[in-house]
Design a protein around this ligand. Structure first.
Ligand SMILES: [Cu+2]
Length: 442
């Protein structure tokens, strides 16, 4: 899912008039929109008043998820599946996480205690906008004895104001029952992360991680690339893409999660990944469509709503945004389709006209790093492996996986299980993609 909570999109003229450094903040309506004006003069005044405000409201709490299908996955003796999970539904792993509560009432927000989501919602903001993330700390339902604060740390952003950067030793952390609004003005397009920085070794491992995309001002220019969508302000269309998919790379150390649920302490230096996950899911759950985290009908995957299935039409350019907040490095591999890395850690691999994009079939991502990777979907061939979608027609299937096979399997068990997903290249039957991660029922 994606959250793109914005007012009016910033036009080129508005950017010139009201862009960087505009100090006046317009009185915003609750939804983030601007008041409407009847005259051209008033509209111009609004444009001068300041950049678009984009805001989201997150809640921090704990919860339960199903990290793998226990019916087919080898158990981790003594630790997983966690029997406490059954009291909450078809769940087996205790987690901490964020929950998107944008637009909910106070009573509805309180009701989200104990319903954490992993990975956190993908947040999408525009370069030059005024970003506000409000964080409410709902406390932990399974561990009311723990009085931990939570924060939102802007991971990888330059020039974050320390007060708003979510590092508790240097700024504010949010106590239970309180909220705080973080402010940032993103000046640099790219693929970023956010995570809680309170007791961060524990809270990051427990699931408080998410992705954040900053759209470049160049977006909307269809002369450089037909879609008008770009990863960066490249000036030449080389980061143009038709579809984009984000992947939060993490691992789950089930002993630590079990001990947090059962009021025991963990020495986190004992860390050893039991599961490696894409967007909080393990294969084959990675292929399931995106779901509604507010709907119990989503079943086992209710609190891991972000799909990792990639779909594209032959000939389209696909942007893969890879980011890791795990503790291990991962080398994501796509056999038979060349991957071009256009940026590392939200920095384009070029200096002016000198381009250092890197083409390979494998992309290494270390903890705390991000990569922007573009590939062109190859031609469809009936002779290659694939299937047929009832709505969108035939497709070929390619595997995107961590080449360290213990991370592509579950809990060291045989076969695929962890950090793996499919890329489905259709002959041409897919409609255009509106939002990141959208993958029509394929
Ligand atoms: Cu936290």
């Amino acid at each position: 899912m994606s959250e793109h909570n914005q007012g009016r999109r910033l036009s080129r003229r508005a950017l010139l008039l009201g862009g960087v450094g505009a100090a006046t903040v317009y009185a915003m309506t609750p939804g983030g929109g601007r008041p409407s004006g009847g005259s051209q003069a008033l509209q111009d005044a609004q444009l001068v008043a300041g950049p678009v405000q984009q805001s989201v409201h997150l809640a921090a709490t704990d919860g339960w998820v199903s990290i793998a299908d226990p019916a087919v996955t080898r158990p981790v003796t003594g630790f997983w599946p966690d029997p406490y999970g059954a009291a909450h539904g078809p769940f087996d792993l205790y987690v901490f996480g964020f929950r998107n509560v944008t637009g909910l009432t106070a009573a509805q927000i309180s009701a989200q205690r104990g319903k954490a989501q992993i990975s956190a919602p993908q947040l999408v903001f525009d370069e030059g906008s005024e970003v506000r993330i409000t964080l409410t700390n709902l406390g932990l339902s399974q561990r009311p004895d723990l009085v931990d604060g939570h924060t939102v740390h802007w991971h990888g952003f330059v020039n974050a104001v320390p007060l708003f950067d979510g590092v508790p030793e240097l700024s504010i952390s949010v106590p239970i029952g309180r909220d705080f609004t973080y402010f940032y003005r993103p000046h640099d397009a790219g693929t970023y992360m956010y995570h809680c920085h309170f007791e961060d070794v524990e809270h990051v491992q427990m699931g408080m991680t998410g992705m954040l995309f900053v759209r470049p001002a160049q977006n909307g220019n269809t002369t450089l690339y037909r879609s008008g969508k770009y990863a960066y302000n490249d000036g030449d269309g080389s980061t143009g893409y038709d579809r984009e998919f984000g992947f939060m790379l993490t691992e789950v150390f089930v002993e630590g999660h079990y001990r947090d649920a059962h009021i025991q302490t963990t020495d986190w230096t004992d860390f050893r990944a039991s599961f490696a996950a894409l967007n909080g899911r393990t294969w084959p759950d990675t292929l399931a469509p995106g779901g509604d985290p507010m709907s119990a009908a989503a079943g086992r995957l209710q609190y891991q709503p972000i799909t990792s299935l990639v779909t594209a039409n032959a000939g389209e350019r696909v942007l893969l945004r890879l980011a890791s907040l795990g503790y291990d490095s991962h080398t994501m591999t796509l056999d038979a389709i060349p991957l071009t890395v256009v940026a590392k850690d939200a920095v384009p691999l070029r200096h002016g006209s000198v381009i250092n994009y890197l083409t390979s079939n494998s992309v290494e991502v270390a903890p705390g790093e991000s990569r922007d990777v573009i590939f062109t979907a190859p031609a469809y061939s009936a002779a290659l492996p694939g299937g047929t979608d009832p709505q969108h027609g035939p497709y070929n299937t390619y595997l995107l996986y961590d080449r360290a096979l213990h991370d592509a399997g579950n809990a060291g068990g045989p076969g695929l299980g962890g950090m793996a997903t499919e890329i489905r290249v259709f002959a041409g039957g897919l409609p255009a993609q509106a939002d990141p991660q959208t993958t029509p029922n394929a």
